[in-house]
Design a protein around this ligand. Structure first.
Ligand SMILES: [Fe+2]
Length: 392
């Protein structure tokens, strides 16, 4: 009898943690952060600790409680099916321009997935809107007279400095933030994207402030680099895109790798030349669009600055992109890559527009209206390091 009791207790002790471990609660690990915010849509990205299905609920910014009524749900759907996974990408569309919406991210943990036999869901969880205000996003507004935005680049895993640079961001301070490439040296796992900048970005601003990301040469590198578009969805489905905010039409370019494709360091895996040629065709179409032509100001983000006679990547930027941009009429190109401040005035470097390189580990704050572009570059101590003004 005693032996039977010991056996029962041992079985119970063994089974309890197994039971607990088999039924974890779903929760957010990283995010949410905003992507591809447009005039009528936005996308939210976040990750969860266990597999889940997900959706986003939105509410107008009208002072009612989020639980006041049933809120519309926008599901993560891929080709007609709700994906089960830990990465959640939900697009909310059909919105009004220049309008603030509240939103919360929701997920239902999947405890058992046996296909057609059974799918067992755990508890559903979402953003805690009882202890924290719902997240907010404002769709793009071309009627604004001024746009304020901020840029960092070449952070190369310096998450702690990123946190200092953006420690004082309140919703509304910037219309958007742009990461202009090389936020990491290579990408070998999702955790590198999250741990090196996305988790901090979400906590500091990117859940409420639109984030646009330009790919740098280093983001072509690593075993996880091919997953890029899953984390940075864009309006074009490509890592180059454009958008209009206030008086400015923004073009975000992808300048590809820096060395020739055939270089041994590219492991025979790069085809940047073909990629940039295809991108140049897209760029030529964009600058013919009425939205581009009618914008009072045009600003281009391009990680590698044009470098005729320089490294292959910058040389190809000069050969492929610059002639199109020269014809189109560009007011300013914001670049990165060289890890130091550099300014080429209009007419220098083969460009009929000024090119400004933000150093690494500094924050560039820009304000632009229809006549003026005001650039200020700060280091992590808050000291103003460089200032440029451009008048049309
Ligand atoms: Fe770079």
């Amino acid at each position: 009898m005693k032996r039977l009791l010991y056996f029962f207790l041992a079985a119970l002790l063994f089974a309890l943690p197994m039971t607990a471990a088999a039924q974890p609660s779903v929760h957010v690990v990283s995010g949410p952060y905003l992507q591809a915010v447009g005039e009528r849509e936005f996308t939210v990205v976040w990750t969860t600790n266990i597999d889940a299905v997900s959706w986003v609920e939105i509410a107008p910014d009208d002072g009612t409680h989020f639980y006041n009524t049933e809120r519309p749900k926008y599901y993560q759907v891929l080709n007609g099916r709700r994906p089960i996974g830990k990465l959640h990408v939900v697009t909310v569309s059909g919105l009004e321009p220049a309008t603030t919406y509240r939103y919360r991210v929701m997920q239902n943990g999947v405890l058992v997935n046996e296909g057609r036999k059974r799918v067992i869901f755990g508890e559903g969880f979402g953003s805690d809107i009882l202890r924290h205000k719902p997240f907010e996003v404002t769709t793009l507004d071309r009627s604004k007279s001024e746009v304020a935005f901020s840029v960092v680049n070449d952070m190369h895993e310096h998450d702690s400095i990123l946190r200092v640079l953006y420690k004082d961001v309140k919703p509304g301070k910037y219309d958007f933030v742009c990461f202009n490439g090389d936020m990491t040296t290579s990408i070998d796992a999702e955790s590198e994207l999250m741990d090196h900048y996305l988790t901090s970005s979400s906590e500091l601003f990117a859940s409420d402030t639109p984030l646009y990301v330009a790919r740098g040469n280093h983001e072509n590198r690593g075993t996880f680099a091919m997953e890029w578009m899953n984390y940075f969805p864009s309006s074009t489905g490509r890592p180059y895109f454009s958008f209009r905010q206030g008086p400015v039409y923004f073009i975000v370019l992808d300048s590809g790798e820096d060395k020739p494709d055939s270089d041994i360091r590219n492991m025979d895996l790069m085809r940047s030349d073909d990629f940039r040629a295809e991108e140049a065709e897209w760029l030529a179409r964009v600058v013919e669009e009425p939205d581009f032509k009618s914008a009072p100001v045009r600003i281009v983000f391009c990680h590698m600055p044009p470098a005729p006679g320089g490294w292959h990547g910058g040389s190809e930027v000069a050969r492929l992109f610059v002639p199109i941009l020269n014809r189109a009429g560009i007011d300013l190109m914001l670049s990165a890559h060289i890890h130091r401040y550099k300014f080429w005035d209009k007419g220098e470097n083969g460009c009929d527009f000024p090119v400004l390189c933000n150093p690494n580990l500094t924050r560039m704050d820009v304000k632009a209206d229809a006549r003026n572009i005001d650039v200020k570059i700060y280091d992590a101590s808050g000291a103003l390091k460089h200032q440029n003004k451009f008048t049309k």
